[in-house]
Ligand binder design. Structure first.
Ligand code: SF4
Length: 252
């Protein structure tokens, strides 16, 4: 059983596959909470801080999450959605943290079915969960956007950086790339050092940096500094197209 918070057809807005029509499955729950990203929301009148997908992280919202207990029901539904679309889109499995469910039988059956259809699947992950690629070989056919969290997430280092989990994904996945979310402040302080420490074990890692922001306003606040940071250090800049176009609207 796993939780889905939303699903929708849109355009991938971030990272190496930005611009590609993609069907999104967003799972519920995360093993981190990233208050440092500064998205504020209210629970029973109290202000809380989280990331741009706080509604898929904070268990307060779990009442609205859908329990997926039967893989065949979701598979049939996806089949219908793809027929309506008229072609096989990419599928992006995001969260929350989708790899919390990587060993769940229902989740793995859905992933395996997608792989068998020839769908290109990208997991958007915080890279903290170790996958046994021999026990779950379908993951070898998939792509991982390793969105490893830096100190600006507000999470302690021992929780957000798991070198073995990252190394497994880089070694066994069909493709992977790093995607760091940074703000104006860290471009001038710790970001370069932190990114270097995380990516140093790997040969020619592909590294994207994108601006922190859950809204157009916060992206505008950070984008130029991140843009210049990428030019200075030879990283790829990733925008957040869906936020540029739709601002804070969910499900796009
Ligand atoms: S790891 Fe990602 S989804 Fe989880 S709290 Fe942090 S930013 Fe949000």
């Amino acid at each position: 059983m796993f939780y889905l918070t939303e699903e929708f057809f849109s355009i991938q807005g971030e990272g190496k596959y930005a611009g590609i029509p993609s069907y999104f499955l967003r799972t519920g729950g995360c093993n981190l909470s990233c208050a440092g990203f500064g998205a504020s929301y209210h629970v029973q009148g109290e202000e809380k801080m989280g990331c741009d997908t706080y509604f898929a992280v904070d268990s307060h919202f779990a009442k609205a999450w859908r329990r997926v207990e039967d893989a065949s029901v979701l598979i049939e539904h996806l089949n219908e959605e793809f027929t309506k679309i008229g072609y096989l889109p990419d599928v992006v499995i995001t969260g929350g943290e989708p790899l919390m469910y990587h060993a769940d039988a229902v989740f793995y059956e859905v992933v395996t079915w997608l792989v068998e259809q020839g769908v290109r699947i990208t997991f958007e992950t915080n890279g903290t969960i170790e996958i046994d690629f021999e026990a779950y070989p379908s993951y070898k056919q998939t792509i991982f956007a390793l969105s490893i969290k830096l100190a600006n997430s507000g999470e302690p280092k021992h929780k957000r950086i798991k070198p073995q989990a990252i190394a497994n994904i880089v070694q066994y996945a069909n493709d992977s790339f790093f995607k760091f979310t940074i703000d104006k402040r860290v471009t001038q302080t710790t970001a370069l050092e932190e990114i270097g420490e995380i990516t140093e074990p790997f040969d020619s890692p592909t590294i994207y940096c994108m601006p922190v922001g859950e809204s157009r306003a916060t992206i505008w606040h950070n984008d130029r500094a991140v843009f210049e940071f990428c030019m200075k250090h030879g990283f790829y800049y990733s925008d957040r197209l869906h936020i540029r176009v739709f601002d804070t609207t969910q499900g796009v």
